[in-house]
Design a protein around this ligand. Structure first.
Ligand code: FAD
Length: 462
């Protein structure tokens, strides 16, 4: 039986980052992970493989649509699906091996297997019981299911199956117009699949700014994605090679059917706590199945903490990482901090969408006086040169103080540019501070400055 200062259950971005910070702070640390590789959902079946396929399919799209206009002529590339999947798997391996290397470097033990907590201070893996002064639950999440739609990971798939399909489908139905559905829908659309997205709500990307939702839907539609909104999926019937999805339109209750050779269920994710035996030791959960935490990410049982997708908040890798670092600081007797008001969210479609802080809708709900500074990428020289002039930057600032309250970007490299505004918000900056900051020309980031100028006397290039 080994004894540790900290045992973390789950080696995803929450767990592995927490482990590295614990080790850096001098704590004897182990991570229990049941998968064959470290990195969790994010590195194995989430963020990283999806971005690899988005990159590959985007490159194809560029070659097919924009190369000739730039004078790059010749045969457009064709798709070798096996090789594309091999490239994706290689990217996964490089990343997961990288985490293994960091564990060795920081002298973190990887206890292989599935863990449970038989009593506070103890973690059981197989027949072994390990002692720990502190236990961190970082067991993440799994794909949510839908009644009447049985996942087989072949014809009816979750995001995990969609990242390793045997062949590129001719027709795909995506259930759910959230981030994962739109990203993977975009991948297959660019590879030639006819993609129809069915969404229960009347708009895509729930929680996003309304103007961004409409703009993104319009652009994706232009790219070939079809949308059925306000539709409740009833069931999916599977034959040997195809599926038939039945849905009713909420406006008139009319029933419709659509056939496809692949159905992606992308209706969200739910916290994963199976096998931990939390009920037996009294770790409380929310009605939605998340592990309940209080101050300092403490659960209802002293000495047991929880972070990442398994607790409340946005299910994002960087949110899990931030909590991982913060809880390590807490355990080491220091101060751990996460600013939940400034967690960016990014959709890696083309164009990308990125948002942070308040939206116009949330400010209206709060009855808060605000002003909007908006700048279209059409007025940005770099974006025009790169066939990327669709979309805009929108900055929301307090009407009186000019303090930045939130921002949305739909456009090229939005996921990179949003951080300028995150940093500005962390420093409590006014829109004028961003407007007075010299931005290099020609960059997409100039659009951020122009939007900040639009909060004051007005942008230059519109
Ligand atoms: P996880 O990454 O889920 O890791 C939990 C780990 O715990 C798993 O490896 C699991 O095997 C292990 N585990 C569970 N129970 C036990 C047990 N009892 N014993 C031992 N091990 C156990 N987020 C972003 O921020 N950006 C993105 O672009 C993005 N893209 C995504 C794309 C897809 C297709 C998906 C599915 C998700 C995406 N996410 C993205 C979400 C992101 O992957 C998660 O928010 C993130 O992985 C959560 O980290 P975590 O550490 O909380 O949990």
């Amino acid at each position: 039986m080994a004894s540790y200062d900290v045992i973390i259950i789950g080696g995803g971005p929450g767990g592995y980052v927490c482990a590295i910070r614990c080790a850096q702070l001098g704590l004897k640390t182990a991570v229990v992970e049941g998968r064959d590789s470290l990195g969790g959902t994010c590195l194995n079946v989430g963020c990283i493989p999806s971005k690899a396929l988005l990159h590959a399919s985007h490159s194809l799209h560029e070659a097919q649509h924009n190369f000739a206009a730039m004078g790059l002529k010749g045969k457009a590339p064709s798709v070798d699906w096996k090789q594309m999947l091999a490239y994706k798997d290689d990217v996964i391996a490089q990343n997961t091996k990288g985490v293994e290397f960091l564990f060795k470097k920081n002298k973190i033990d990887w206890i292989r297997g599935w863990g449970s907590i038989p009593e506070p201070g103890k973690v059981k893996v197989g027949d072994d019981i390990h002692e720990a002064r502190n236990i961190v639950i970082a067991t993440g999440s799994e794909s949510a299911t839908l009644p009447g739609v049985e996942v087989d990971e072949k014809i009816i798939v979750t995001s995990t199956g969609a990242l390793e399909l045997g062949k590129i489908p001719k027709k795909m139905v995506v259930i759910g117009a959230g981030v994962i559905g739109l990203e993977l829908g975009s991948v297959y659309n660019r590879l030639g699949t006819e993609v129809t997205v069915i969404e229960f709500l009347d708009h895509i990307t729930p929680g996003m700014d309304g103007e961004v939702q409409k703009t993104l839907q319009r652009i994706l539609k232009k790219q070939g994605l079809k949308f059925v909104l306000g539709a409740a999926v009833q069931k999916a019937d599977v034959t040997r090679t195809r599926a038939k999805v039945t849905y009713t339109l909420r406006k008139d209750d009319s029933e419709h059917e659509i056939e496809a050779d692949c159905v992606l269920v992308a209706t969200g994710r739910r916290p994963f706590t199976e096998g931990l035996e939390l009920e037996a030791i009294g770790v409380e959960k929310t009605p939605r199945g998340q592990v309940k935490v209080g101050k300092g990410w403490q659960t209802s049982v002293p000495g047991i903490y929880a972070i990442g997708d398994v607790i409340e908040g946005p299910m994002l890798a960087h949110k899990a990482e931030d909590e991982g670092m913060a809880v390590a600081e807490q355990i080491a007797g220091r101060h751990g901090h996460v600013n939940y008001g400034i967690i960016p969210g990014v959709i890696y479609t083309t164009p990308e969408v990125a948002a942070v802080g308040e939206t116009e809708q949330s400010l209206k709900e709060q009855g808060r006086a605000y002003k909007v500074g908006k700048f279209m990428f059409m007025g940005n020289g770099r974006a025009r040169a790169n066939f990327a002039a669709e979309g805009f930057v929108k900055i929301l600032a307090d009407k009186e103080t000019d303090r930045i309250l939130g921002a949305q970007i739909i456009g090229p490299a939005a996921g990179e540019m949003i951080h300028e505004l995150c940093v500005a918000m962390e420093f409590g900056a006014a829109a004028e501070d961003v407007a007075l900051t010299c931005h290099a020309h020609p960059t997409y980031s100039e659009a951020v400055r122009e939007a900040a100028l639009a909060c004051g006397d007005g942008p230059i290039h519109s």
